[in-house]
Design a protein around this ligand. Structure first.
Ligand code: IMP
Ligand code: MG
Length: 181
């Protein structure tokens, strides 16, 4: 275990099972559909989860990426800054699953889902590895959830603090002294 980590919250083995369970659900839900299925990874935090999910889904999929950031801290508007947009034609022929690392307030996913629906996607679902339901500020229930966690700041498996710890193979809670330094 890394010396900055206080506690492992979700182990590699647990994540492995989560990924396989979600991939099976996606297979069941989308098998035989006549639309394209697009797994849409939200950079950067979701990249590790995305890589694992796409390996285990067996129905035909395409992949793409978007990058967003909130309009500075303390924003209540729920508006996001789109840094990398989705450029695709004929979204009416596409079912999208947004792949997210973690849901906190819910604003990111609520905004993205609406944005993609307005762009004309045939359907938009949401998938998250982690969920902190106690932090929710908008009405958003993900379609596929890996694991609900308490209100703790976590890193690893793609999630960062100050761009670090994304490469840890598990999800862990940082030691408080790491923030205060
Ligand atoms: P929301 O829009 O408030 O749901 O924020 C979701 C985004 O906040 C995630 O995609 C992460 O980038 C970030 N985030 C929220 N909680 C954590 C955490 O515990 N660790 C790392 N990033 C987090
Ligand atoms: Mg993120």
């Amino acid at each position: 275990m890394h010396s900055d980590i206080k506690e492992i919250l979700v182990t590699e083995e647990q994540i492995d099972k989560i990924v396989k369970d979600i991939a099976e659900q996606i297979d069941r839900d989308y098998r035989g559909r006549d639309k394209k299925l697009l797994l849409l990874c939200i950079l950067k935090g979701s990249v590790v989860f995305m890589g694992e999910i796409m390996k285990h889904v067996t129905v035909p999929v395409e992949i793409d990426f978007m990058k967003v950031s909130s309009y500075g801290s303390g924003t209540t508007s729920g508006r996001l800054n789109i840094i990398l947009d989705l450029h695709r034609d004929n979204l009416q022929d596409t079912d999208i699953i947004i792949i997210e690392d973690i849901i906190d307030s819910g604003k990111t996913l609520a905004y993205l889902r609406k944005y993609l629906e307005l762009k004309g996607a045939n359907s938009v679902r949401t998938c998250t590895l982690l969920d902190k339901p106690s932090r929710r500020e908008v009405d958003l229930v993900p379609d596929y959830t890996g694991c609900e966690i308490p209100d703790e700041f976590v890193v690893g498996f793609g999630l960062d603090y100050d761009e670090k710890y994304r490469n840890l193979p598990f999800v862990g809670i940082l030691k408080p002294e790491v923030y205060s330094n």
